[in-house]
Ligand binder design. Sequence first.
Ligand code: NAD
Ligand code: TYD
Length: 348
Amino acid sequence: MNVLITGGAGFIGSHIVRLFVKRYSNYTIFNLDNLTYAGNLENLKDIEHCANYRFIKGDITDECFVNHLFFEHKFEHIIHLAAESHVDKSIQNPLTFVKTNVIGTVVLLNAFKSLWKGNFESKRFYHISTDEVYGTLGPTGLFSETTAYSPNSPYSASKASSDHFVRAYGETYKIPYIITNCSNNYGPNQFPEKLIPLFIHNIIHNKPLPVYGDGNYTRDWLYVVDHATAIDTVFHNGVSGETYNVGGNNEWKNIDLVRLLCSQMDIKLFRDKGSSERLITYTKDRPGHDLRYAINTSKITKELHWKPSVNFEKGLGITIDWYLKNSSWLNNVTSGTYQSYYKHQYHK
Ligand code: NAD
Ligand code: TYD
C-alpha cells in the first residue's frame, strides 16, 4: 500500500511519518514536503534509511508536479498535513496561507480524483485540520463535530476553507474522506514560533517572554505523539465522510501554562526559583485573538476508543528535556530568516 503523507518534515508530520514507518513495514510511506522554514529533515534522521520510507521534495500547489507524482506512485491513501500553520504569520501575510492551505489542498484533491476516476474502493483522503475553524468559545462550552465553523484568523479561515473543499469533493465526486480537527499540539520538533518552544528558547537565552494581552487566553494542549496515535486510529478505523475532534482534555490559561513552564525550566537549568518568571513581559495583543478553545472528545473516544495518554506536566518535562538536549536543532532553526521574523513580530 502506498501512503502519501504531506508535510511530513514538519512538527506533527514528522511524528506521524515515524510512527507509520516503524509500525507498518508493509506500507510504503512517501513524505512530500517543500521544506519551507518549518520543514526540517533533521526531524526524521532516525528513519531516513528505512526501506519503506521515501522523501520527495515538492510543492503541493504545483499542479503539474503533483499530478505527475500521483500517476507515478498511485497513492491509495493520503494523509494531508502540509500547511502554513502559524496564526501570527497569517496575520502578516494571508495570501501565502490561501495559496498553500486552500489551493494546495484542492490540487491534491484533484490529483486524487483524476488518478482513481471514481474507483475509490479501499482508498481515502485524510485531511488534518484544527479546532481553530470553530472560532472562539466563551468561558464555558466545548467544540463538538457539529459546532458551526466561524474562523477568526486568516490561518483558521484558510483551514476552514480547505475542510469545506474536502467535504465538497466527498459530496460532489464521492471521494472517501475523513477530517480530524485537533487542538494545540506540543512536543519535540515544534518550530520556536509557537508559544511553548518559543518560550523555552527565550528562557534558555534569558530573553523576554512576550505574553499577549492579559494572558487569560485558554488553549487545550495535546502531546504530539498522542495526536499521532489518534491519526493512526482514525486512519485505520475511522468512517469515511466523518469528522472527528481530537483533544487533550487539558485546558490551560496561557499565563498559568507559562508559569508552569517557568518553574520547570528553573529546575532543569539549575536557576534560582522565580528567575524564569521574571522574564514574563505582557505585550500588545494579537489582533482577533480567540479567547478559548476546548474540545469535546466523546465521539473519537466512544466510537474509536482513542484517548490521550500523556499527562501535561510529564509531556512538558519531556519536551523541555528534548529542547535542552537538541540545542543544535534549536540553533539551526533560529539562525537566518528567523531573526528577521522575530524582529518584525516582537519589535526586538
Ligand atoms: P508545521 O508548520 O510544523 O509543518 C508544516 C509542514 O508543511 C512543513 O514541513 C512545511 O515544509 C510543509 N509545507 C508547507 N507548505 C508546503 C507546500 N506548499 N508544499 C509542500 N509542503 C509544504 O505544521 P504542524 O504544526 O506540524 O501542522 C501540521 C498540520 O496540522 C497543519 O495542517 C496544521 O493546520 C494542523 N494542525 C496543527 C496543530 C498544531 O498545534 N500545530 C493543531 C491542529 C492541527
Ligand atoms: P500559538 O502557539 O501561536 O498557537 P495558536 O495561536 O494556534 O493557539 O499560541 C498559543 C497561545 O499563546 C495563543 O493564545 C497566543 C499566545 N501567545 C503569546 O501569548 N505569545 C506569543 O509569543 C505566542 C507565539 C503566542
